[in-house]
Design a protein around this ligand. Sequence first.
Ligand SMILES: [Zn+2]
Length: 96
Amino acid sequence: MKLKDWLSKMGLGNMPKENLPDSSVLDLIRYLENCEVDCEQAFHMLDQYAEMEIRKEDAARLMPLVHQHLEMCSGCNDHYEALLDVLAKVRESSEA
Ligand SMILES: [Zn+2]
């Protein structure tokens, strides 16, 4: 698979590729090759990730491995969105 296709599959297709220095692409690839979480690991970090998201912290940057997994795995992504929904409602009701 071409890197370009692969990036768009990862949801990074909108990135301005001409502004992306080669080194950062290489770093990204190296990083993705070396670190991957499976569904079980992602699942364990998902509530923490969702809470960051609720607090408007940059969850994707703080927990890139979880973010990466969610980009690739629709099962975990569904679970994450459900969790986010629950957390948002809890937060609403506690603020009211
Ligand atoms: Zn998964």
